[in-house]
Design a protein around this ligand. Structure first.
Ligand code: HEM
Length: 198
């Protein structure tokens, strides 16, 4: 199930990258322009795309469904096509993509947003290895909407954007994971809190 890119590209091209890779993933001005233009078309089907992304994600990586309290027990994924909850969730994710597109000219603002999102995903128990799959599913979902406007260059541009965002989310996840580990240490184990007074 899903389109070719969701099973192949997820690993090979969106792959599990570290944050150094993402820091070097810079989009060219042409790529930013292409993304913005295509977004105007995609946003007309924003709710539909959000649903298709997550149904695709659950088909190709069923373990992702377990992270969602509301969907983990749903066996028949077709039922989710009309689920109000999945529609609402998909819209939250698509609004984030919309904000990201709007901030492509102000990368420091996009970075803050995506790193914070990664921190919240630590608390949702959504591990970084799956973030890049969302980009692959997004591409599968929007190709049929853009029809002949979809080109290899546009695909590269969207891949670069998702790599960038997923890398920042991973950074946020790791920062939050380190912070939580630190908080979990008992006071006597925290080096900076050690009381050396007699
Ligand atoms: C590029 C990748 C992703 C993006 C942009 C993204 C975006 C979002 C956004 C915007 C929210 C709304 C809440 C918030 O702002 O904190 C959210 C919630 C959530 N995400 Fe993600 N997400 C991504 C990947 C994933 C993956 C792969 C999983 C599961 C394995 C996941 C699981 C969740 C869960 C459990 C919630 C909370 C439930 C909810 O809000 O309905 N996310 N995500």
């Amino acid at each position: 199930m899903g389109c070719a890119i969701s099973s192949l590209a997820a690993k090979a091209e969106f792959g599990e990258r570290n944050t150094e890779d993402s820091a070097t993933t810079r989009l060219s001005d042409d790529q930013i322009q292409m993304i913005k233009e295509s977004w105007k078309v995609i946003r007309e089907d924003i709710a539909k795309v959000g649903i298709i992304i997550f149904i695709g994600l659950f088909q190709t990586h069923p373990e992702c469904k377990d992270v969602f309290f509301l969907f983990r027990d749903v066996e028949d994924l077709e039922r989710l096509r009309t689920s109000r909850e999945l529609r609402a969730h998909g819209l939250r994710v698509m609004s984030f993509i919309e904000k990201s597109v709007a901030r492509l000219d102000q990368l420091e603002r996009l970075e803050t947003l995506a790193v914070e999102l990664g921190k919240s995903h630590y608390h949702y128990n959504a591990p970084p290895k799956y973030y890049s799959y969302v980009g692959a599913e997004f591409i599968c979902a929007v190709q049929p909407i853009l029809k002949e406007k979809w080109t290899a260059e546009l695909e590269e541009a969207w891949k670069a954007m998702f790599q960038y965002v997923a890398g920042l989310m991973m950074q946020g996840y790791q920062e939050e994971s380190t912070r939580q580990r630190h908080l979990a240490l008992s006071p006597k184990d925290r080096p900076e809190k050690r009381n050396t007074a007699l």
